[in-house]
Ligand binder design. Structure first.
Ligand SMILES: [Zn+2]
Length: 338
C-alpha cells in the first residue's frame, strides 16, 4: 500500500509505503487509517482519496469485490469516514491511475483517453471529455477480459482467451516459462539468468534481459506488444481515442513493448490509411499514478462534487455553456464540398 500527501499540481510531498495486510478488511482499514494519520501530522489536507484494487460501485463508496484483497461488498467509505474526519472518496485504482495521466501526465488534455495498466492483468481507465467514465455500475474499463482468442488460455475471471492472458506481465512470464521448459537452446540464456529453474523467471528479469539485448526476451516482449496493439485496435474501433497511455510494470520495457504495439495497432486498425490514428504512448507516472490520481479525484470532489454519482459524471454546467458556442462555431464555419 502506497500513501502520500499530494499537492494540487500532482506533486507528492511525502510518501509512505507498507506491505498490504491482505487477509482481513479490518487490517487493511487499520493500515489506511494509520497512514492517513501519519501524513496528517505533517500536512494540512482537505480531502482523502483511496484508489482501491477492486471493483468500486458508482457511488464511490463500496468495494464490491477485490481479486487480491479480502474485500467483498465492503462499505469502505462509510467505515473510513467514521475514523477520518475529512471528505473522502473511494475509486478503483486503475481509474485513479488513468486520472493522474489525464490531469498531469501523458494523456493531459486529450479528448478521449484510454489508459492501460499492464501488470498481472490489464487495468483500464477511460477519460472522455474531461470526465472519468465509470459506466452504469462502476465496472467500465474491464477490457482485459474481452475475449481475444476463443478457447484460449484460462483466465481468473472464469472465461477462456481474455485479452489480458496475452498482453500482460503474467502472459509474458507464462510464455517465457513455457519456452524454457521445452529445453530449447533459444531459452538457454534466460535459464542461466535464473539459475536453471524456469519457475524463477519473473517479469522484471525478462524486461532487464530484453533491455540488455537478450534476443529471446526481446522476442517475448515483441509478442506481448503485438497482442497489445491488436487489442488497442479493437478499443479504437469502439471508442476512437485520441491517446492510449500504456503504463504498469511491463511498460518499463519502453520501446521494446511500444514499437511492436504501434506496428500491430496500425496493421489492425479499422479504416487504416483513411483516418487519423490514436497516439500510443508510455505512461508518464510509473508506480505513483494511482496515488496522484486518487488524491486529485478527492480534491476535485470537494471543489466540484458529483451531481448524482450514478453515471459518474461531474456537474454539467460547463457543457451547457459550451454547447451554444459550438453551434455558433458550426454555423459560422465555411462549408466545404459535400
Ligand atoms: Zn478474463
Amino acid at each position: 500500500m502506497a500513501a502520500g500527501a499530494v499537492d494540487d499540481h500532482g506533486v507528492i510531498l511525502e510518501r509512505l509505503q507498507e506491505v498490504t495486510p491482505s487477509h482481513s478488511p479490518q487490517a487493511v482499514e487499520e493500515a489506511i487509517v494509520s497512514a492517513v494519520k501519519r501524513l496528517l501530522a505533517h500536512h494540512h489536507a482537505e480531502a482523502v482519496g483511496i484508489g482501491a484494487a477492486g471493483w468500486v460501485d458508482n457511488s464511490q463508496a463500496v468495494v464490491a469485490f477485490s481479486p487480491h484483497l479480502a474485500w467483498r461488498a465492503e462499505p469502505l467509505k462509510a467505515r473510513l469516514s467514521q475514523r477520518i474526519d475529512l471528505p473522502l472518496i473511494v475509486d478503483n485504482d486503475a481509474n485513479a491511475a488513468a486520472w493522474a495521466e489525464y490531469r498531469f501526465g501523458a494523456g493531459h488534455g486529450s479528448s478521449v483517453m484510454v489508459c492501460l495498466t499492464l501488470g498481472t492483468g490489464i487495468g483500464g481507465g477511460l477519460v472522455i471529455g474531461g470526465q472519468l467514465f465509470r459506466g452504469t455500475y462502476g465496472m467500465a474499463g474491464e477490457w482485459g477480459h474481452m475475449i481475444s482468442v476463443p478457447d484460449g488460455h484460462w483466465c481468473e475471471c472464469g472465461n477462456r482467451g481474455c485479452w489480458e492472458q496475452y498482453a500482460s506481465g503474467n502472459a509474458l512470464v507464462r510464455e517465457a516459462r513455457a519456452l524454457a521448459r521445452t529445453n530449447s537452446p533459444v531459452a538457454y540464456r534466460l535459464m542461466e539468468i535464473v539459475g536453471g529453474d524456469p519457475d524463477k523467471i519473473t517479469g522484471p528479469d525478462l524486461t532487464a534481459a530484453a533491455i540488455a539485448g537478450e534476443p529471446t526476451a526481446v522476442e517475448l516482449l515483441f509478442d506481448v506488444g503485438t497482442w497489445l496493439g491488436r487489442g488497442i485496435a479493437n478499443l479504437a474501433a469502439a471508442l476512437d481515442p485520441e491517446v492510449v497511455v500504456i503504463g504498469g510494470g511491463v511498460s518499463a520495457a519502453g520501446d521494446l513493448l511500444l514499437l511492436p504495439a504501434q506496428r500491430a495497432f496500425r496493421r489492425t486498425l479499422t479504416g487504416r490509411g483513411f483516418r487519423p490514428e490514436a497516439r500510443l504512448v508510455l505512461a508518464h507516472f510509473r508506480n505513483d499514478a494511482g496515488l496522484i490520481g486518487a488524491a486529485d479525484l478527492a480534491r476535485r470532489s470537494i471543489v466540484e462534487p458529483p451531481e448524482s454519482g450514478r453515471f459518474g459524471f461531474w456537474p454539467r454546467r460547463k457543457k451547457r455553456k459550451v454547447r451554444p458556442r459550438m453551434r455558433e462555431r458550426r454555423a459560422r464555419a465555411p462549408l466545404f464540398g459535400r
